[in-house]
Design a protein around this ligand. Structure first.
Ligand SMILES: *[C@@H]1O[C@H](CO)[C@@H](O)[C@H](O)[C@H]1NC(C)=O
Ligand SMILES: *[C@@H]1O[C@H](CO)[C@@H](O)[C@H](O)[C@H]1NC(C)=O
Ligand SMILES: *[C@@H]1O[C@H](CO)[C@@H](O)[C@H](O)[C@H]1NC(C)=O
Ligand SMILES: *[C@@H]1O[C@H](CO)[C@@H](O)[C@H](O)[C@H]1NC(C)=O
Length: 536
């Protein structure tokens, strides 16, 4: 049976890889590499590229041309053509005055409306007067900036003894600049959120007008021609925080979208730290760049000129994404988050497997940590397994399972269960019909509920506190009283009741029904083909 499973899955992977390969060898843009359902938005953003494809008999994307599809932030984008609109089944009263205001608010807070507003806010801080001049543009509070022909002087970094991370004094006055007309007042007005991960103020307040063009004048020890994204990142050990980095990088590709190469990986990413980057989630960077990451050691002691530099949205912005995002009550389903999820899963080659039955796949995430453990985990899993409608697995997402494999398990789960913790960031990669069941939120009520809302998956959690038991490990006297530093035992019947609710949601979801039907058809076709593939 195991062998059969391997055969079954490897065949699917091959089919998938063939599909992937055809997309790769297109003459239009060999780097396009986007999820199939994103192509029409891409082509509609770049009419010239669409024209090229139209006129090229070999272009494989022809069925994605000539639509009105738009992401949602373009100035001429009509709601009915947009990637998605939020669903707002919940009451709007007490928050906003109308249903429309509720939808609009959610769209601006956590959807492509956020991108739209950043684009609207872009203001020239340093204006080019001639073609080869520099330029610097930012959105309000310097949340997002981009520049051309920018000089950064890293000479002084050789003298810094302390390692650099979350620091605001990496640059000094004049160590960043360009040849352009600097609007000093605007620059100062926008340096009002001075915190390392909230804005680019700490760096760009040092921006100065140069008396000559740095590249032509020969000021630069190194000239970087490829687009470079400079990133100030959050805690890389924590999936929740690190994915704030990745989501904001993805959103920034959209904010900057103005050139057909916007989704290309022919670029550089520089991490604004002197520590060498390493993370259990580091594979995710391959969705964004095909080059090794740079950090503040890379050009220590050098003057570097960037022809095209982007300072992306940051992970801890005030009213940012998705850490502490204020979200209007009653809405869910952000297109931005859906697009991000699809983009990452596509670029990391994480497959969605065909099903040959309609069983509900239940995944229980176990924590191998001291706190917030589910003490009667095995009892819960056994109880689930007694139900023949479920296919149950218990997983521990630690370094024994590579991150991409974790994503693969998640992507193929219908109900994903776990206690409060960064592992629940996997909610981002569940299929649209799925349920994220936060077994217990440990009194942090909004964190994963909001993440599930943004991703547009159903969220459930434990409601009845008298049906769970708290075990306080005496080993941690300082934190013993806090809900996040104890372990839990759950009432089995109550647990099954909630899972049943989740099951009902999945089974009634149109996308799930379609998926199962489509898979059933696929299975018939696969069975017909099987003798031939065995001949080979
Ligand atoms: C259905 O798929 C599972 C793996 O997903 C495999 O173990 C099983 O043998 C398959 N059954 C049939 C009838 O193909
Ligand atoms: C870079 O900074 C160093 C140290 O402050 C300075 O001596 C040098 O002139 C600067 N180079 C440029 C091109 O501004
Ligand atoms: C970012 O936007 C600028 C300005 O429109 C553009 O020139 C540049 O190519 C963009 N960068 C990327 C990587 O798309
Ligand atoms: C919670 O559980 C207790 C103990 O089993 C029960 O008496 C109570 O009715 C439950 N509360 C709700 C709201 O279901």
């Amino acid at each position: 049976m195991a062998a059969e499973k391997i055969f079954y899955t490897s065949k699917l992977v091959i089919v998938w890889q063939l599909l992937f390969a055809t997309l790769q060898i297109s003459g239009i843009d060999s780097n396009l590499n986007l999820p199939t359902n994103h192509l029409k938005y891409y082509f509609n953003s770049f009419p010239k590229v669409a024209d090229e494809c139209r006129n090229d008999p070999g272009c494989p994307y022809k069925s994605h041309l000539d639509t009105k599809a738009c992401w949602g932030y373009e100035s001429n984008c009509k709601t009915e053509n947009a990637f998605s609109t939020p669903r707002c089944p919940g009451d709007h009263k007490g928050w906003v005055s109308s249903k429309k205001a509720q939808i609009d608010t959610f769209y601006s807070q956590g959807d492509f409306g956020y991108v739209r507003d950043q684009r609207k806010e872009l203001t020239m801080l340093c204006e080019p007067l001639f073609l080869d001049d520099s330029s610097l543009e930012c959105s309000e509070h310097m949340r997002f900036c981009r520049g051309r022909n920018i000089m950064i002087n890293f000479t002084n970094l050789v003298n810094k003894k302390e390692p650099i991370r979350y620091k605001m004094d990496v640059l000094e006055e004049g160590q960043i600049g360009g040849h352009c007309r600097l609007y000093e007042q605007r620059l100062n007005d926008n340096t009002d959120q001075m915190s390392p991960l909230q804005s680019w103020g700490p760096e760009l307040k040092n921006f100065r007008e140069l008396p000559h063009r740095p590249i032509q004048h020969g000021d630069c020890d190194v000239i970087i021609k490829e687009p470079t994204y400079i990133m100030k990142i959050d805690a890389v050990v924590n999936m929740y925080h690190h994915f704030c980095d990745f989501l904001n990088l993805y959103a920034s590709l959209h904010v900057n979208q103005s050139h057909p190469s916007s989704f290309s990986t022919e670029n550089h990413i520089m991490v604004w730290e002197s520590y060498s980057y390493r993370s259990a989630f580091q594979d995710t960077f391959s969705a964004f760049t095909s080059n090794p990451l740079w950090d503040l050691k890379t050009f220590r002691g050098k003057v570097v000129c960037f022809k095209n530099v982007v300072f992306p949205l940051l992970p801890r912005m005030i009213f940012g994404l998705f850490y502490n995002t204020p979200l209007v009550y009653g809405c869910e389903g952000s297109g931005l988050f859906t697009a991000f999820s699809e983009f990452i899963l596509h670029r990391l080659h994480v497959p969605l497997y065909n099903r040959n039955n309609s069983k509900i796949r239940v995944t229980l995430l176990s924590r191998d940590t001291q706190y917030r453990r589910i003490l009667n985990e095995d009892e819960l899993v056994e109880a689930l397994k007694k139900n023949s409608r479920y296919e149950v697995q218990k997983v521990v997402y630690n370094k024994m399972i590579p991150f991409k494999q974790q994503l693969e398990i998640t992507r193929n789960s219908d109900i994903f269960i776990g206690i409060h913790g960064a592992g629940l960031t996997h909610f981002l990669f569940l299929p649209e019909w799925a349920v994220g069941f936060e077994l217990y939120n440990c009194e942090d009520v909004n964190c994963y509920k909001d993440l599930a809302r943004l991703k547009g998956v159903k969220y459930l959690t434990w409601e009845n506190r008298s049906k769970l038991m708290e075990h306080d490990p005496e080993t941690h006297p300082h934190n013993g009283a806090h809900a996040k530093f104890i372990n839990y035992e759950f009432d089995v019947d109550e647990f099954l009741k909630i899972v049943k609710k989740a099951e009902k949601h999945v089974k009634n979801h149109d996308a799930f029904k379609k998926f199962i039907e489509r898979r059933a058809e696929w299975q018939v076709k696969a069975d017909e083909r099987r003798p031939r593939s065995e001949e080979l």
